[in-house]
Design a protein around this ligand. Structure first.
Ligand code: COA
Ligand code: AMP
Length: 628
């Protein structure tokens, strides 16, 4: 079917379209209703359908000829460990770990927080939760104790799963001190902590509530799949928003399974039995969808890579993995490619590897600059496809779809809307912008299956963050435009969210931390362009009158505070003192204008500016710093 036909059908009759797609998965009982609204008026897909995501990802394949196919490859250059699990072995491990959770009293609807490095146990744990109908919430290992505590308080889990340590390049990151601090500061009390002891990172398992993973596993019996409703939550994944508190994105079971299956076939063009590799972290949406769920729901082989694009051991790491496991489709963030390009600009390390298995390279997670895309295309000599999505959607919203035949690639564009996503560009009044006019990227409701139906325990915030700005539309938070040929270009966030090395972070979060320093009167943290990481945060602070602070000491203090409270992943490494911050007459800091100044882009003082001389002052300060 052509892209045009598929797309048109998905919008003309979404119910018939998604009913047909739902037939691709093996329901215990097919949903009696395809699209309904819930008590809050939010759209819900497949209500009343009975299924189990773990069954679809494992048991179904074991029963249908894939028992001995490799399901999961664990490749860890940082620990020199390489393991393969067939579908049968992955099912056994998962069912056994579901038994562990069941023995701890976890049942359908209970919360389980997973704070773990990139090891196979994290996959067993996620699928084990799905097996019991429990709701997992994976917290990225780069977040500090405070962020973990916020998530514990919001998700109210019964059990926390962790490991002794992670490894970043050659640096060991012990997890237990972070977990202990989070447990001590969270208001919600967790009954059980199950810790997987790796060969490094010594832990004290005699502390109250702690259990040794392997001891429990050795005693547990396999647990079977618990049927859940399609609309029951599979997981919560917290993401940065425009406030200091992360938003709990809810993913349901039924819509998710259908959407993931659809995306593998049509967006990525991947067939059951093929090898799919998403080089991301399990703590992000890409990791959830494209390391764990989509490839396994499809019957593919997936790769869990505990390494980096560079220095593990060199900038040929990607090519080594692709050759070794005959990867068919590879997905990573542009930052990964920029890191390789920086160390091996001529791609010399690629020459020694046979990449003949690789058909397409997908990039997402942040804006992909044309130079990086062209470099990758030249090096790999296959289509390099930039596609756009968010934690909220859980699967691509704009893409060049392999399954319907590729359109010519235009660097800088994520190509066209994926079926189910009625994407519009709106101006400030909510009217539709014509081609080549930048506006807000919004999606006409209903969103297709697989996207967030609501925020965890917070329907009001869901409405406020996503639905109220443009009634009848989902507000994405991104700006963009489309050209005369209907290709879409995402130009960047229009809120306080920034993307640092493909990691989504909130500058509002960082401002809250910086502002808590006793010498700081007010501050602005903005994301500025960075050649490697896409964006990095920089703080501009106004001191309290009379504060007698050494500037470099203050900067060091603020860096430490952000690192300790938010995490090293924030990459907050620069703070400067300014006399005043440019503001509008109503007191809103002109962050966008500041960002343009620091990035050396054209800027104009808005008509609402309080005092134009403040902007001149800021411009001069930035200019002076650059010419140093
Ligand atoms: N656990 C603990 N700490 C972590 C972490 C994790 N899972 N992930 C990152 N960090 C820490 C890093 O160790 C680093 O700490 P440091 O300041 O002590 O050095 C800090 O957070 C910043 O990390 P990062 O921005 O990743 O920088 P880096 O220099 O360590 O690595 C790249 C740079 C480009 C190699 C790395 O960002 C990368 O591989 N990017 C690929 C993009 C990607 O996969 N994105 C996922 C979303 S799709
Ligand atoms: P996350 O929720 O972490 O997946 O981050 C989502 C955000 O990343 C989006 O709202 C965009 O701002 C940005 N993003 C993701 N993919 C792309 C892309 N292909 N081009 C431009 N920005 C992107």
């Amino acid at each position: 079917m052509t892209y045009e036909t598929l797309y048109r059908r998905s919008l003309e009759d979404p119910i018939a379209f998604w009913e047909e797609q739902a037939r691709a998965i093996d329901w215990y009982s097919f949903p009696p209703e395809i699209l309904t609204t819930d008590e809050n008026g939010f759209y819900r897909w497949y209500k009343g359908g009975k299924m189990n995501t773990s069954y679809l990802a494992l048991d179904y394949h074991v029963a249908n000829g894939r028992a001995d196919q490799i399901a999961l490859i664990y490749d860890s250059p940082v620990t020199n460990t390489y393991q393969k699990y067939t579908y049968r072995e992955l099912l056994d491990e998962t069912a056994r770990f579901a038994g562990v959770l069941a023995d701890l009293g976890v049942t359908k609807g209970d919360g389980v927080i997973i704070y773990m490095p990139m090891i196979p146990q994290v996959v067993f744990a996620m699928l084990a939760c799905a097996r019991l109908g429990a709701v997992h919430s994976v917290v990225f290992g780069g977040f500090a104790a405070h962020e973990l505590a916020l998530r514990i308080d919001d998700a109210q889990p019964k059990v926390l799963l962790t490991a002794s340590a992670g490894k970043e390049f050659d640096k060991v990151i012990p997890y237990q001190p972070i977990v202990n601090e989070a447990l001590a500061t969270a208001n919600h009390k967790i009954d059980h902590v199950v810790l997987y002891q790796r060969s490094f990172g010594d832990c004290d398992l005699s502390l109250p509530g702690y259990h040794d993973w392997e001891t429990l596993r050795s005693k547990a019996k396999a647990a079977d799949c618990v049927p859940v409703d399609a609309t029951d939550p599979l997981y919560i994944l917290y993401t940065s928003g425009t406030t200091g508190k992360p938003k709990g994105i809810v993913r349901d079971n039924g819509g998710h399974a259908v959407a993931q299956r659809f995306s593998m076939r049509y967006v990525y063009g991947v067939e059951p039995g093929e090898v799919y590799w998403a080089a991301s972290d399990i703590g992000w949406a890409v990791g959830h969808s494209y390391i764990v769920y989509a490839p396994l729901l499809t019957g593919c082989t997936t790769i869990l890579y505990e390494g980096k694009p560079v220095r593990t051991p060199d900038a040929g790491a990607y090519w080594r993995v692709i050759e070794q496991y005959k990867v068919n489709v590879f997905f990573t963030a542009p930052t990964g490619f920029r890191a390789v390009k920086k160390e091996d600009p001529d791609g010399l390390l690629r020459q020694g590897y046979d990449l003949g298995s690789l058909r397409q390279q997908f990039l997402a997670g942040e804006r992909c600059d044309a130079a990086t895309l062209e470099w990758a295309r030249e090096l790999l000599k296959i289509p390099v496809i930039d596609h756009w999505w968010q934690t909220e959607s859980g699967w691509p919203m704009l893409a060049n779809m392999v399954g319907t035949g590729l359109f010519p690639i235009k660097p800088g564009s994520s190509t066209k809307p994926v079926p189910g996503f009625d994407i519009r560009i709106l101006d400030a009044d909510g009217a539709q912008a014509p081609p080549n006019h930048e506006g807000v990227v919004a999606i006409k409701l209903p969103l297709p299956p697989g996207c967030l139906p609501t925020l965890w325990n917070n329907p009001e915030q869901f409405r406020e963050s996503y639905l109220n700005a443009y009634p009848g539309y989902y507000f994405t938070g991104d700006g963009g435009y489309f050209d005369d040929e209907g290709y879409f270009y995402i130009t960047g966030r229009i809120d306080d969210v920034i993307n640092v090395a493909g990691h989504r972070l909130s500058t509002a979060d960082m401002e809250e931390i910086v502002a808590s320093h006793p010498a700081v009167a007010e501050c602005a943290v903005i994301g500025i362009t960075d050649e490697l990481k896409g964006q990095v945060p920089v703080g501009y602070v106004v001191l309290k009158s009379g504060a007698n602070t050494d500037e470099s000491q203050l900067e060091a203090d603020l860096i430490k505070m952000v690192r300790d409270k938010l995490g090293a992943v924030a990459c907050f490494r620069s703070a400067r003192v300014v006399k005043r911050l440019p503001k509008t007459r109503s007191g809103k800091i002109l962050r966008r204008t500041m960002r343009n100044i620091v990035d050396g882009k054209p800027f104009a003082a808005p008509s609402t500016i309080e005092d134009p001389t403040v902007l001149d002052e800021f411009n001069q300060l930035v200019h002076d710093a650059k010419s140093l």
